[in-house]
Design a binder for this molecule. Structure first.
Ligand SMILES: [Zn+2]
Length: 433
């Protein structure tokens, strides 16, 4: 069955494309791209996307799908729906499931379940240390063989320097990147927000920037020592990015991601209501950090946007601030936020949005490239830049509603998503298997 997508403004900097085109898809691949009205559709479905923007499918390389073991928060099926609603064709699941994804059989189960339950491509990362405890290395080779694409102990920093070195040496052997959650636990201790004026004012224990930056610096040194590709997760301070930029300038294979919440919220958004949806790890930092992160995303010092989608049940977040778990959901708000706050305001071009949300994550993870050119897989995201999205608890496909952005009115969101030519989202409605 062929699919003809007509009249969309097609944007892809990888092939220097920014023009209204018709795109013909057959057997999951782009088979023809032509000026409007010039592409024949012998037999199949045609969709008129006039006024919309069509780009290579977005990838979120940092999500918590809670499956197996914590399915009351999210599962692979609901996470796949949330991804489609948010405009993503693929996500990378973190291994802090229950049990931990620290061996090949759990990884294989996740990969197989995903193939049977969702159209969204679910990539799986494996733990570097057993149970994320930082004590013994996992069988990375077994996990790599069943299709794990990266290794990480996300949720925790690896506290022991020699263990981190060993993990990076192993990962390099299998030619996989290490994704690093940077946190010196002796320093962050029981802190629940950034250490500074706000933590003092609200009487909450602080989680200092240094606890993140020290481990970024350590991991860069270990990258130099081992030669393993290193990706710093959810970077939250200007200084952290500057460390990464210096490493890049020195020719090291280091990249980093930023979350929408660190781009558009700061510690100043936490007030006397103690809204636990604003409790993140790493915490929301200063307003100066937030503004610097936006600039660094534009300049390319930050490689990509990733959401750290962290669903939690209402009873878990409805606790005292210091007891509530860390995290906000992010899959469904990321693209609308980036469009509203950065593209529509002229800070970020559509081309750079495609670089930071579609091309860079694939490059970092070593996934197949998706470009708007003949022969490429038809993983595509279609954007309606006029669509209004009022973020509310009821709006989510995710099982969880712990979003820090509830109440916002955003303009611009995904209207259609195609994975290998099959719709996972159509006219803003999720389409299942
Ligand atoms: Zn993390």
């Amino acid at each position: 069955m062929a699919l003809l997508l007509k009249n969309a403004l097609c944007i892809d900097p990888a092939v220097s494309l920014n023009a209204v085109k018709d795109i013909l898809i057959r057997d999951g691949e782009i088979v023809e791209i032509g000026d409007p009205g010039t592409v024949d559709l012998p037999k199949g479905i045609s969709r008129d996307l006039e006024g919309k923007i069509l780009i290579p499918g977005l990838v979120d390389m940092h999500v918590h799908l809670r499956d197996p073991g914590l399915e009351y928060k999210e599962d692979i099926e609901s996470g796949g729906r949330a991804a489609a609603k948010g405009g993503f064709t693929a996500v990378l699941a973190m291994p802090n499931t229950k049990p931990t994804c620290d061996n090949a059989s759990i990884a294989r189960n996740m990969i197989e379940k995903a193939l049977n339950t969702t159209r969204t491509r679910i990539y799986v990362s494996g733990a570097m240390t057993a149970g994320l405890k930082g004590e013994s290395i996992t069988e990375m080779g077994d996990m790599a063989r069943v299709g794990v694409v990266a290794f990480t102990d996300d949720g925790r920093g690896v506290q022991n320097d020699a263990m981190m070195r060993l993990a990076m040496e192993y990962a390099k052997t299998f030619n996989k990147p290490v994704l690093s959650h940077c946190q010196v636990e002796d320093l962050s201790a029981k802190g629940s927000i950034n250490e500074g004026a706000t933590s003092t004012r609200l009487g909450l224990q602080g989680w200092p920037a240094a606890a993140e930056e020290i481990q970024i610096a350590r991991d860069i040194a270990l990258c130099e020592l081992t030669g393993c590709s290193l990706h710093i997760q959810h970077i939250s301070t200007a200084k952290g990015v500057e460390l990464v930029a210096q490493a890049k300038a020195n020719g090291l294979p280091v990249t980093c991601e930023v979350t929408p919440h660190h781009l558009f919220l700061s510690e100043e958004d936490i007030d006397e209501t103690y809204n636990t949806s604003f409790k993140m790890n790493p915490p929301l930092r200063t307003r100066d950090d937030m503004l610097a992160l936006q600039q660094y995303l534009v300049s390319g010092m930050i490689d990509c946007v990733a959401t750290d989608h962290a669903p939690h049940a209402p009873h878990e977040k409805a606790m005292e601030f210091e007891l509530a778990p860390f995290g906000t959901t992010g899959l469904e708000t990321a693209l609308p936020l980036l469009i509203t706050e950065m593209v529509s305001t002229g800070k970020l071009t559509w081309e750079l949005l495609v670089e930071r949300m579609a091309h860079a994550p694939r490059y970092i993870l070593g996934l197949p490239h998706v470009k708007l050119e003949v022969g490429c897989t038809a993983d595509l995201t279609v954007i309606d830049k006029q669509a209004i999205y009022d973020v509310s608890a009821e709006s989510f496909e995710s099982k969880s509603q712990n979003s820090a952005f509830i109440g916002r009115r955003l303009k611009g969101c995904a209207s259609d998503v195609y994975v290998a030519g099959y719709a996972s989202l159509e006219d803003r409605e999720v389409v299942g298997l």
